[in-house]
Structures are given as structure tokens and as C-alpha cells.
Design a protein around this ligand. Sequence first.
Ligand code: SF4
Ligand code: SF4
Ligand code: SF4
Length: 309
Amino acid sequence: MGINRRDFIKQLAGIGGIALFAKDANVWAGEQTTTLRDSLGVLVDTTLCVGCRSCEKACNQINQELPRKTPQSFNDNSVFDKRRRMTADSYTVVNRYNNPGNSGNPVYVKFQCMHCADPACVSACIVGALTKESNGAVKYDPWKCIGCRYCMVACPFQVPAYEYNNATTPQVGKCTFCFEKRTSKGKAPACVQACPMEVMTFGKKRELIKIAKKRIEKYPDRYIPHLYGEHELGGTSWLYLSSLSFEKIDFPKFGYISPPSYTEPIQHAIFKHFIPPLTLFAVLGGFMWFLRQRKTESKSVLNEEGQEK
Ligand code: SF4
Ligand code: SF4
Ligand code: SF4
């Protein structure tokens, strides 16, 4: 490619910033998204996880640039003493939760980007650095990223992490669904393959939903009757089964409508008149309003299992 990232940013600035907002209308119209029923995903059965962190290690290895700053040990169980979030150096983390109902055995939960069907991060990114691929992956292009962090504001799961220690060309880090090296070739993600307990199942989302529902039906004492990600926010490529209520393992309660379904009509209206500063406020304000709204509504609209009443 004949132009580097810095030149790309300069070119954008050189035309008065207007081009920042001239994103392909298809992105705003949500045409890059699919219902994902036929695309790929991962079913995570949290009841099988033993907290070995092999998935974290495999993720770190396949994303060869990680860790960028801090060497990590994946044998150190003291990490479970506090709740961790993903960072620009760790695209997935496993956390431990107390489970008084199951002989006191703790529950371990791996978390990463959910690869939403209609991703708020894609909708919020004004330069198209985040894209939804047809296989389900939400891909990040560091070359296009201008470090604005709108994706971080928009993501309902607080997934994208910022490289605060990179002052010149900071990037955003998040799970890639192993797109380039594995899933675009039909191979399971590195974390899925590395798991010794077969906690994760990789396949078509349609099939994963069937597998999950059979497990819930067959083992009603083992699972709560809720497949997280089947419907939340319009659906996600990563689906979760749990023995504890999802609130107890830090999964937010959401309804079934995706954030872009609320915010994009507002954005389109303002785009029509092409007023860049207003567009900025619309993008960010829209997502913040959505997240606040969902927090309030979820308390009254959803039942204990996160299903709509
Ligand atoms: S979880 Fe967040 S970062 Fe991942 S696809 Fe959804 S909105 Fe984007
Ligand atoms: S899918 Fe790939 S990038 Fe995402 S958590 Fe697994 S190993 Fe890491
Ligand atoms: S590799 Fe499997 S069992 Fe080990 S922590 Fe990750 S998901 Fe859990």
C-alpha cells in the first residue's frame, strides 16, 4: 500500500475533516450486518470451564503482537483475585465467580468481544475501521483507525481497549475472532482449539443454538433456561450457557433491539443535512442515550432470566 496510516489521517484532516463523515452510506444503513443465523459463532458452556487460562495463552500467541508491553504469565492464578477486563494486550480474559449453590465450586467465565450481529462499534466508527464480515467476525483495521475511541463509547459490553501507553499511533485492541489466520478459512479460533475441557463449540450459529437448547432441556438442573446472545441486542456470534444467572457473572441485561437500530435513524436524518459537528454529537449522544435507556428498561422489561416479559 502506497500510503501509511499517518498520511491517511493527514489526508482526512487536509480536507477539513469533512471526509471523516463521508462514510459509505451502506455502513450507516446497516447493510454490512446480517442476522447471523447462518454465519459462524462459538457456544461457551461456562459450566465446563476450570479456569486453566489455556484460552488466554492461545489468544496471546496467535495475536503475535501481544503482549505489546507487559510479558504475561498464564500460570498465575492470583489474577482471579480481582475481576479483569480485556486490555489492548489481552483480547480475552477468564474471571472467577463464587457459586454458593454448587458445593461452593467457583464458576469460571471466559469473555471477549461478542461479535454482535448488528455491532454498535461498527456503526459508531466514523472511518470504517471496524467492519462486520459475512462469517460473523467484527474485524478491526488498525491502518484506518484514527484513535477517536467512539467504538469504546458505543460498545454495550465495554470490549474495545485503548493503547493508552502508545502516544503517537494508539490503536484499539479487541478479539479478532481469529479472522485472518483461522475463521476466514473455516478453522476454529485458537482459544477454542486450545481449551482442554471443550468449553467452547465452534460452528454455524444456527447449529449452536440447537445444541445449547438440547443441553438446557436435557440438564435442567445444570443450566438456567437462558441462552445469552441468542437475542440480546439483536443477537451475538458468541453464545453463553450458565448455571448462574447472567447478571451474577457480569453479563448486562439487554433487550432484543440492537443499539444501531435506535441510533442510525437519528444519524441518517442529520447526515441528510450534512452538519459534521451535529453528526458527531448524534453518534456519541445516541449511543450513550441507548445504553442509559437499556439499563433502566432492562430492570422493568426483563424477567430474572433476561427474557422479555
Ligand atoms: S461486543 Fe462491542 S466490540 Fe464486540 S462487536 Fe459488539 S459492539 Fe463491537
Ligand atoms: S477468537 Fe481468537 S482473538 Fe478472539 S479470543 Fe479467541 S483466540 Fe483470541
Ligand atoms: S481453556 Fe477452556 S477450561 Fe481453560 S480457562 Fe479457557 S475456557 Fe476455561
